[in-house]
Write a protein that binds this ligand. Structure first.
Ligand SMILES: [Fe+2]
Ligand SMILES: [Fe+2]
Length: 295
């Protein structure tokens, strides 16, 4: 099943913001680490992320935290307010995907906020940009968002447009690529295509984590899909009864975000020499128990 519809589917941070960020192991030698969080789905996913962050920062001490936020607003898209909430929580960059333009109010924000990315291989005429550079602890991390071309609408080829994107990041000690794609074949191929040229290629979009996290032979960390941060009790984020009804009846069904069994799904990548990863580790954990919140 693809995503929800149709029953299927920089500005460098010179002077890091005072956001409670715990400095990681980054330094001028290029050592750093990245926590990349899979598609955050709805309010339940947002709360799961925000409730998990203190524990994750303590446990992993990531230099950078990157989040795919294409499903943050009620399961589809993102709004300026919600993007600001993530950035205020210390998220270094937000990547998106096929749901980028679901909320019209995000269009100008995509142009004005350097830390939020839409796939770089969308048409140039579409709002936003697909590359940014963030800096912490003297380490510059380039972030690139790509969209697959199979079963998704992306105006240009991910495999040709990646070259220009990499050309913008010549000063980066590390580069992480979010390859937002439906087909495993495209994601695996992009991992091999970029092996040795970027620090990590991480897949997003299917909301289901894969078991193939590894460092490729030339030093690029790779996983086909990070998974989602949201309700495991649903069907890739949707209430399961509604997804099943849609598939059973083949009729339109209004989808709502499930609230059942929220988990955080991410990968933690240790980076050493420029553009190389030492390790990639999956992070799969239920939402921490916490007192009820007003939101
Ligand atoms: Fe998604
Ligand atoms: Fe997606």
């Amino acid at each position: 099943m693809a995503e929800k519809e149709a029953g299927a589917g920089e500005e460098p941070a010179a002077g890091a913001p005072s956001d409670g960020h715990v400095a990681g192991d980054g330094n001028s030698d290029g050592r750093a680490s990245v926590l990349f969080v899979g598609d955050v789905v709805g309010g339940i996913g947002r709360r799961t992320l925000l409730d998990s962050l203190p524990l994750l920062r303590e446990r992993y001490q990531p230099t950078f935290v990157i989040v795919n936020g294409e499903n943050v607003a009620g399961g589809l898209g993102i709004t300026p307010k919600l993007a600001d909430e993530l950035i205020d929580a210390g998220i270094d960059a937000i990547t998106l995907g096929n749901h980028t333009y679901h909320r019209r109010e995000i269009y100008p924000y995509l142009d004005s906020q350097p830390r939020i990315l839409r796939p770089v291989n969308f048409l140039r005429s579409q709002p936003g940009h697909g590359v940014c550079m963030v800096e912490r602890d003297g380490v510059r991390l380039g972030v690139i968002n790509l969209s697959g071309n199979l079963y998704l609408r992306a105006g240009r080829s991910a495999f040709t447009e990646i070259e220009a994107a990499l050309g913008e990041l010549g000063q980066a000690e590390h580069i992480i690529v979010d390859m937002h794609a439906e087909a495993t074949s495209e994601k695996v191929a992009m991992g091999w295509h970029l092996d040795g040229r970027v620090t990590a290629v991480v897949g997003t979009h299917t909301h289901v984590p894969t078991a193939d996290a590894r460092v490729l032979p030339k030093g690029t960390a790779y996983i086909t899909d990070v998974g989602m941060t949201g309700p495991r009790g649903g069907v890739i984020g949707v209430k399961r009864e509604q997804a099943i009804e849609s598939l059973l009846t083949q009729m339109p069904v209004r989808f709502e975000t499930s609230e059942e069994d929220p988990w955080l799904m991410a990968v933690f990548i240790r980076c050493s020499t420029p553009l190389r990863a030492d390790s990639i580790e999956q992070v799969l954990m239920p939402r921490p128990q916490s007192p009820p919140r007003a939101d």
